[in-house]
Unconditional design. Structure first.
Length: 245
Protein backbone atom coordinates (compact mmCIF):
# COMPACT_ATOMS: atom_id res chain seq x y z
CA UNK A 1 0.00 0.00 0.00
CA UNK A 2 1.27 3.48 -0.83
CA UNK A 3 0.19 6.93 -1.98
CA UNK A 4 1.20 9.04 -4.92
CA UNK A 5 1.53 12.79 -4.74
CA UNK A 6 -1.58 14.03 -6.52
CA UNK A 7 -1.11 17.76 -5.91
CA UNK A 8 0.86 20.42 -4.08
CA UNK A 9 -1.94 22.82 -3.19
CA UNK A 10 -2.10 26.46 -2.16
CA UNK A 11 -4.70 27.75 0.27
CA UNK A 12 -6.19 30.63 -1.72
CA UNK A 13 -8.82 33.33 -1.24
CA UNK A 14 -9.17 33.55 -5.04
CA UNK A 15 -8.17 30.16 -6.48
CA UNK A 16 -8.82 31.07 -10.13
CA UNK A 17 -6.83 34.30 -9.86
CA UNK A 18 -3.87 32.62 -8.17
CA UNK A 19 -3.92 29.75 -10.67
CA UNK A 20 -3.71 32.27 -13.52
CA UNK A 21 -0.63 33.82 -11.89
CA UNK A 22 1.26 30.52 -11.64
CA UNK A 23 0.08 29.38 -15.05
CA UNK A 24 1.31 32.63 -16.59
CA UNK A 25 4.61 32.53 -14.70
CA UNK A 26 5.51 28.95 -15.57
CA UNK A 27 3.43 28.22 -18.68
CA UNK A 28 1.45 25.46 -16.94
CA UNK A 29 -1.70 24.03 -18.50
CA UNK A 30 -4.93 23.50 -16.62
CA UNK A 31 -5.84 19.92 -15.71
CA UNK A 32 -9.10 19.27 -17.51
CA UNK A 33 -10.39 16.12 -15.84
CA UNK A 34 -13.28 16.33 -13.37
CA UNK A 35 -12.50 15.02 -9.90
CA UNK A 36 -15.00 15.24 -7.04
CA UNK A 37 -12.27 14.53 -4.47
CA UNK A 38 -10.37 17.71 -5.38
CA UNK A 39 -12.28 20.93 -4.77
CA UNK A 40 -10.39 23.68 -6.51
CA UNK A 41 -8.40 24.58 -9.59
CA UNK A 42 -5.55 22.32 -10.74
CA UNK A 43 -2.66 22.88 -13.15
CA UNK A 44 -0.43 20.18 -14.61
CA UNK A 45 3.04 20.55 -13.09
CA UNK A 46 4.72 19.74 -16.38
CA UNK A 47 7.54 17.71 -14.82
CA UNK A 48 8.38 14.06 -14.32
CA UNK A 49 7.13 13.94 -10.72
CA UNK A 50 3.65 13.89 -12.25
CA UNK A 51 1.73 15.87 -9.63
CA UNK A 52 -0.57 18.87 -10.09
CA UNK A 53 -0.38 22.37 -8.72
CA UNK A 54 -3.62 22.91 -6.82
CA UNK A 55 -5.47 26.01 -5.60
CA UNK A 56 -8.09 25.35 -2.94
CA UNK A 57 -10.56 27.88 -1.49
CA UNK A 58 -9.62 29.02 2.03
CA UNK A 59 -10.89 31.69 4.42
CA UNK A 60 -8.05 31.66 6.97
CA UNK A 61 -5.54 34.50 7.05
CA UNK A 62 -1.81 34.16 6.43
CA UNK A 63 -0.10 35.30 9.63
CA UNK A 64 3.57 34.41 9.06
CA UNK A 65 6.08 33.26 6.46
CA UNK A 66 5.04 30.01 4.79
CA UNK A 67 6.69 26.82 5.97
CA UNK A 68 6.69 25.56 2.37
CA UNK A 69 7.76 27.47 -0.74
CA UNK A 70 8.91 26.76 -4.27
CA UNK A 71 12.49 27.27 -5.48
CA UNK A 72 12.51 28.01 -9.21
CA UNK A 73 15.85 27.30 -10.93
CA UNK A 74 17.41 29.43 -13.65
CA UNK A 75 19.44 28.36 -16.66
CA UNK A 76 21.30 31.67 -16.92
CA UNK A 77 21.48 35.14 -15.39
CA UNK A 78 19.16 36.47 -18.08
CA UNK A 79 16.71 33.62 -17.47
CA UNK A 80 16.64 34.52 -13.77
CA UNK A 81 16.03 38.18 -14.58
CA UNK A 82 13.28 37.32 -17.07
CA UNK A 83 11.50 35.07 -14.55
CA UNK A 84 11.59 37.82 -11.92
CA UNK A 85 10.35 40.43 -14.39
CA UNK A 86 7.52 38.18 -15.58
CA UNK A 87 6.46 37.45 -12.01
CA UNK A 88 6.36 41.16 -11.13
CA UNK A 89 4.33 41.88 -14.28
CA UNK A 90 1.80 39.23 -13.25
CA UNK A 91 1.35 40.68 -9.78
CA UNK A 92 4.20 39.38 -7.60
CA UNK A 93 6.21 41.64 -5.31
CA UNK A 94 9.68 41.57 -3.80
CA UNK A 95 9.76 40.02 -0.35
CA UNK A 96 12.22 40.33 2.56
CA UNK A 97 12.57 37.11 4.57
CA UNK A 98 15.99 38.04 5.93
CA UNK A 99 17.97 37.03 2.86
CA UNK A 100 20.19 40.13 2.97
CA UNK A 101 21.27 42.50 0.17
CA UNK A 102 24.01 40.20 -1.15
CA UNK A 103 21.78 37.18 -1.78
CA UNK A 104 22.22 35.71 -5.26
CA UNK A 105 18.64 34.41 -5.34
CA UNK A 106 15.55 36.62 -5.54
CA UNK A 107 12.72 36.24 -3.05
CA UNK A 108 9.24 37.16 -4.26
CA UNK A 109 5.67 36.74 -3.04
CA UNK A 110 2.77 35.84 -5.32
CA UNK A 111 -0.44 37.93 -5.35
CA UNK A 112 -1.68 36.24 -2.15
CA UNK A 113 1.61 36.60 -0.31
CA UNK A 114 3.02 33.09 -0.79
CA UNK A 115 6.81 33.36 -0.84
CA UNK A 116 8.93 31.75 -3.57
CA UNK A 117 12.54 32.01 -4.68
CA UNK A 118 14.04 32.43 -8.13
CA UNK A 119 17.40 30.69 -7.79
CA UNK A 120 20.58 31.87 -9.48
CA UNK A 121 22.07 29.77 -12.32
CA UNK A 122 24.61 27.07 -11.55
CA UNK A 123 22.68 25.36 -8.74
CA UNK A 124 23.65 21.71 -9.24
CA UNK A 125 21.14 20.43 -6.66
CA UNK A 126 18.22 21.64 -8.80
CA UNK A 127 19.70 20.58 -12.15
CA UNK A 128 17.23 18.56 -14.19
CA UNK A 129 14.32 19.08 -11.78
CA UNK A 130 12.22 21.22 -14.13
CA UNK A 131 10.78 24.70 -13.60
CA UNK A 132 9.37 23.76 -10.19
CA UNK A 133 12.80 22.72 -9.01
CA UNK A 134 12.12 22.15 -5.31
CA UNK A 135 9.43 22.51 -2.71
CA UNK A 136 11.56 23.81 0.17
CA UNK A 137 10.00 23.01 3.54
CA UNK A 138 10.70 24.11 7.06
CA UNK A 139 10.94 20.81 8.89
CA UNK A 140 12.81 18.22 10.88
CA UNK A 141 14.89 15.29 9.72
CA UNK A 142 12.18 12.98 11.03
CA UNK A 143 9.56 14.52 8.75
CA UNK A 144 11.83 13.98 5.75
CA UNK A 145 12.01 10.30 6.66
CA UNK A 146 8.24 10.23 7.10
CA UNK A 147 7.58 11.58 3.62
CA UNK A 148 10.15 9.27 2.06
CA UNK A 149 8.23 6.31 3.50
CA UNK A 150 4.80 7.82 2.79
CA UNK A 151 5.47 8.45 -0.90
CA UNK A 152 8.04 5.76 -1.59
CA UNK A 153 10.46 8.46 -2.78
CA UNK A 154 14.11 7.79 -1.93
CA UNK A 155 16.23 10.19 0.09
CA UNK A 156 18.55 12.15 -2.19
CA UNK A 157 20.03 14.24 0.65
CA UNK A 158 20.50 13.44 4.34
CA UNK A 159 23.09 15.57 6.08
CA UNK A 160 23.27 17.90 9.12
CA UNK A 161 19.53 17.42 9.86
CA UNK A 162 18.63 18.47 6.30
CA UNK A 163 16.83 15.96 4.09
CA UNK A 164 15.43 15.79 0.57
CA UNK A 165 13.43 13.24 -1.40
CA UNK A 166 12.68 12.92 -5.09
CA UNK A 167 10.39 10.74 -7.15
CA UNK A 168 12.16 7.80 -8.84
CA UNK A 169 10.89 9.38 -12.07
CA UNK A 170 12.70 12.65 -11.32
CA UNK A 171 11.12 16.10 -11.22
CA UNK A 172 10.57 18.34 -8.22
CA UNK A 173 12.55 17.62 -5.04
CA UNK A 174 10.94 17.95 -1.61
CA UNK A 175 13.45 19.35 0.89
CA UNK A 176 13.46 19.98 4.65
CA UNK A 177 15.88 22.43 6.21
CA UNK A 178 16.00 21.14 9.79
CA UNK A 179 14.98 22.83 13.07
CA UNK A 180 13.81 25.17 14.42
CA UNK A 181 10.32 25.18 12.96
CA UNK A 182 8.72 28.47 11.97
CA UNK A 183 5.30 29.35 13.46
CA UNK A 184 2.22 27.99 11.73
CA UNK A 185 1.38 30.66 9.10
CA UNK A 186 -2.34 29.91 9.03
CA UNK A 187 -2.41 29.59 5.23
CA UNK A 188 0.28 27.64 3.41
CA UNK A 189 0.94 24.96 0.80
CA UNK A 190 -0.21 21.38 1.46
CA UNK A 191 0.34 17.96 -0.05
CA UNK A 192 -2.65 16.06 -1.44
CA UNK A 193 -2.16 12.29 -1.66
CA UNK A 194 -4.03 9.80 -3.82
CA UNK A 195 -3.96 6.26 -2.36
CA UNK A 196 -3.11 3.40 -4.71
CA UNK A 197 -5.59 1.13 -2.94
CA UNK A 198 -8.11 1.32 -0.12
CA UNK A 199 -8.16 4.80 1.40
CA UNK A 200 -8.74 3.66 4.98
CA UNK A 201 -5.93 1.12 4.83
CA UNK A 202 -3.63 3.84 3.52
CA UNK A 203 -4.69 6.22 6.29
CA UNK A 204 -3.83 3.55 8.85
CA UNK A 205 -0.43 3.03 7.23
CA UNK A 206 0.30 6.76 7.37
CA UNK A 207 -0.77 6.87 11.03
CA UNK A 208 1.63 4.01 11.76
CA UNK A 209 4.43 6.05 10.17
CA UNK A 210 3.80 8.98 12.53
CA UNK A 211 0.91 10.98 11.07
CA UNK A 212 -2.04 12.01 13.23
CA UNK A 213 -5.69 12.70 12.52
CA UNK A 214 -7.09 16.22 12.38
CA UNK A 215 -10.61 17.30 13.28
CA UNK A 216 -11.95 18.70 10.01
CA UNK A 217 -14.79 20.50 11.78
CA UNK A 218 -12.29 22.89 13.39
CA UNK A 219 -10.37 23.68 10.20
CA UNK A 220 -11.26 26.40 7.73
CA UNK A 221 -7.99 26.18 5.74
CA UNK A 222 -9.76 24.26 2.98
CA UNK A 223 -13.08 22.68 2.19
CA UNK A 224 -13.19 18.93 2.70
CA UNK A 225 -15.32 16.94 0.31
CA UNK A 226 -15.46 13.74 -1.64
CA UNK A 227 -14.39 11.59 1.30
CA UNK A 228 -11.10 13.42 1.90
CA UNK A 229 -9.29 12.55 5.16
CA UNK A 230 -7.24 15.25 6.88
CA UNK A 231 -4.00 14.27 8.59
CA UNK A 232 -0.91 16.03 9.92
CA UNK A 233 2.67 14.88 9.43
CA UNK A 234 5.06 14.53 12.43
CA UNK A 235 5.84 18.27 12.32
CA UNK A 236 2.14 19.18 12.40
CA UNK A 237 1.75 20.15 8.73
CA UNK A 238 -1.73 19.41 7.40
CA UNK A 239 -2.07 17.10 4.40
CA UNK A 240 -4.98 15.37 2.70
CA UNK A 241 -5.64 11.80 1.65
CA UNK A 242 -8.11 11.93 -1.20
CA UNK A 243 -10.74 9.31 -1.90
CA UNK A 244 -9.44 6.71 -4.30
CA UNK A 245 -9.87 7.82 -7.89
Amino acid sequence: MSSRLFAISFDAHRPEHLARFWSGLLGLKRADEADDSFDGVALLSGNDAGYRLGFRPAESRKTAQNRLHFDLPSSSASDQQETVARALELGARHCDVGQGPDASHTVLADPEGNEFCVIEPGNDFLAGCGRLGALACDGSRAVGYFWSAALGWPLVWDQDEETAVQSPDGGTKLTWGGPPLMPDPGRDLHLDLAPDGDQQAEVERLLSLGARRLDSTRLDSARVGGGTVLLADPDGNEFRVLARR
